[in-house]
Ligand binder design. Structure first.
Ligand code: ADP
Length: 200
């Protein structure tokens, strides 16, 4: 196809000494996957895109909103103990922490909580707000950010999860972040597996 395209199905069949019917499924797959293009009365031709380029394009188009999970949040005032219970019941490793108005104020991870547990702190009394990583040091993404950007942030900052946020501008002009989801390494791994299932 690279050498002889555009070329009709019949001509390909002649060259390969196959019937047109034998070739049909292969041509259909190559056309559907975007590797070949077909023009009526012109024939098939190779469009220069390899399978890798197609995968790269699929990844670069993917947005956070396409693969994000529901948010799991805890109030700043809940105890470290309750935060641990929430992690178990919700089956997550990171919680977004919100203030009294429901806006993002921090993030707490498994190890943040373990640190307090082994340091002998009173996990029933200590509020999660005292052990969390606090705003403005929270790394976030928006629903319209690309998954590629999210993945880069996870790697660069060596963290497992990002709160997905929408900016809410208050009447006094102050910006607060509303938590609308979470994007984790698991979301990205799941997408990776689904992509491979389609391609393999
Ligand atoms: P763990 O600490 O359980 O290995 P992480 O690697 O995600 O989990 O977290 C490492 C540290 O980074 C923790 O102190 C945590 O509070 C903080 N952290 C986690 N997610 C974020 C985030 N999105 N923005 C800023 N800090 C974060």
């Amino acid at each position: 196809m690279k050498e002889k395209g555009p070329i009709t199905g019949e001509q390909i069949a002649d060259l390969l000494e196959l019937t047109r019917a034998t070739l049909r499924p292969d041509l259909a797959i190559l056309t559907m996957s975007g590797i070949l293009e077909a023009r009526p009365r012109v024939g098939y031709y190779y469009n220069g895109r390899s399978g890798n380029t197609l995968v790269a394009r699929a990844i670069s188009k993917l947005r956070v909103k396409d693969i994000k999970s529901l948010p799991v949040v805890a109030r700043e005032t809940v105890s470290v103990y309750d935060a641990v219970v929430t992690m178990f019941t919700e089956d997550v490793g990171t919680l977004s922490v919100v203030d009294g108005d429901g806006y993002l104020s921090g993030v707490v991870s498994r190890k943040d909580l373990l640190k307090i547990a082994i340091s002998g702190g009173d996990v029933h009394k200590m509020p999660v707000g005292m052990v969390m990583t606090r705003m403005p040091n929270i790394i976030t993404v928006t629903p319209d950010d690309t998954v590629y950007l999210a993945a880069k942030r996870l790697i660069t900052h060596q963290i497992d999860a990002l709160p997905v946020v929408r900016t809410f501008v208050q009447p006094n002009g102050q910006e607060r972040l509303e938590v609308v989801g979470r994007l984790t390494k698991t979301n990205i791994t799941r997408f990776f597996v689904e992509l491979a299932n389609d391609e393999l």
